[in-house]
Design a protein around this ligand. Structure first.
Ligand code: ASP
Length: 455
């Protein structure tokens, strides 16, 4: 059995919803479908979720959200009438939206989440009604009633372990289940939403709960590319990659999935296939626990800026028991998490996200490191980017570091840092933020053996 999730652009209009339904009905294994809220129809369009947020803000701040509510009713009514579903469905959606807008506003987070969830919820009702109108055996299921239990952190909820057992029985239904993404219920029974982009997480939770053979994630690109397609013309598509490779690439800037989305399917070893609603016959990219066929050492290259380094040096650092712990304790006291910590015998640098470190915090940390650890030198270098090459094949290939650093040197890029984690799935190069695009292109040309031209 397959669980298929469709993103916002796949549900943005009646025409897109028809494509979704024909994809679903073309494969009898696609029995559970997770839907996002209608997204953008064109570049400057507004996503339904953003319209709902504007509506909630108007309700909370002005006490009147009439025009925002009308815009939402019109948006859904346009889709519904083009799908030719009965007027009753349109009325039900309008009533639902009105009831949410008029609901209790005393808890702002709760009110906001109740509205935000309306995009997915009504979209799912619409898709189910359309399938039924074409004679398909389909049902809408409310996530809260089905037992998708979340903690009560409004707008940023996390799944509770019990949800997996509760959702197991979704697979008992022989027809097609349409299940809205992005929200569930708290233990108190209130609607709570996952972080933005969270329908990916809902799909992954449901796929894990029913132990699906495959979790399909339909979006608007044919596949995941080996490098940002906004940077290099026609980059090489990735056919297959492992969860580990995907995690490294997402960390370094590939925005295909929500960061947490793969955890539930990863824990159960369920493969994920990314496919295009507008071109469903394209094979897409499959993410698997292990890859059997590894020909090229590198599958993808990504970069992410907004980092800074705290550089520390002290003679005989390696002999001082507890030195690292005391440095990290200072960061912990300031509630700062670190990303990497490459070290030499007498020096280390700690790489953290720059937005964690304002000027005052930098001053406090530097002073404490000087005073409490009696270091020879401590300095902070800002505006750095991390460029990452990723591939399971790097582990068994010699000379990768040499090839990468030579290609960067030839492109005139100064390396601030090199780091390779023990799993050897990725190698990270710290460069000046303004040089990261140039670095990615140099590495792409080296490892993909092509003259990928920059856009
Ligand atoms: N509709 C929600 C958002 O725009 C969730 C999702 O699409 O995944 O963030």
């Amino acid at each position: 059995m397959k669980v298929a999730k469709f993103g916002g652009t796949s549900l943005a209009s009646a025409n897109q919803i028809k494509k979704v339904c024909s994809i679903v009905t073309s494969d009898p294994e696609r029995r559970i479908v997770i839907v996002s809220a209608p997204g953008k129809r064109f570049k400057d369009d507004v996503k339904v979720t953003d319209m709902l947020i504007a509506c909630a803000n108007a309700g909370l701040e002005k006490g009147n959200a009439d025009s925002e509510l009308q815009a939402l009713v019109d948006r859904f009514a346009e889709i519904a009438s083009e799908l030719n579903v009965s007027d009753r469905v349109i009325e039900e959606i309008a009533d639902d939206l009105r009831a949410r807008v008029d609901s209790d506003k005393s808890d702002k987070g709760k009110y906001m989440d109740c509205l935000k969830a309306a995009g997915e919820d009504n979209c799912a009702k619409l898709v189910a009604a359309y399938l039924q109108s074409t004679g398909v055996d389909a049902r809408y299921v409310n996530p809260g009633e089905a037992g998708l239990l979340l903690n009560d952190e409004y707008g940023n909820a996390q799944v509770l372990p019990k949800a997996y057992d509760n959702l197991k029985s979704l697979s008992d239904y022989s027809g097609i289940t349409i299940f809205p993404g992005f929200f569930g219920h708290s233990l108190k029974g209130d609607v709570v939403t996952l972080p933005r982009g969270g329908s990916d997480i809902s799909g992954s939770i449901v796929a894990a709960a029913v132990n699906a053979d495959l979790y399909e994630n339909f979006t608007d690109v044919d596949n995941i590319y080996s490098v940002n397609p906004n940077l290099i013309n026609s980059p090489k598509p990735i056919r297959e990659l492992t969860y580990r490779e995907m995690r490294e690439l997402s960390y370094a800037g590939f925005s295909v999935f929500h960061e947490e989305a793969l955890v539930p399917v990863y824990n159960r070893g369920i493969p994920v296939c990314v496919k295009n609603t507008n071109n469903p016959s394209a094979p897409g990219t499959t993410i698997v626990p292990e890859r059997s066929y590894i020909k090229e050492p590198v599958v993808g290259i990504a970069s992410h800026d907004g980092f800074c380094f705290i550089y520390i040096s002290k003679y005989l650092m390696n002999r001082e028991v507890g030195f690292g712990r005391r440095v990290l304790q200072i960061l912990e006291d300031e509630h700062i998490s670190f990303d990497h910590m490459p070290s030499g015998i007498d020096n280390m640098s700690i790489i953290i996200k720059q937005n964690f470190l304002d000027e005052q915090m930098e001053k406090r940390i530097v002073e404490r490191i000087k005073k409490e650890l009696a270091v020879d030198d401590v300095s902070v270098v800002r505006n750095l980017a991390l460029v990452v090459i990723v591939g399971e094949g790097m582990r068994n290939t010699r000379g990768i570091t040499a090839r990468a650093s030579t290609s960067l040197a030839k492109a005139g890029i100064n390396l601030e840092m090199i780091s390779q984690g023990p799993s050897e799935v990725s190698m990270i190069f710290g460069v000046r933020a303004g040089e990261s695009d140039k670095a990615v292109c140099a590495l792409y040309n080296e490892f993909f053996n092509s003259q990928g031209t920059r856009i």
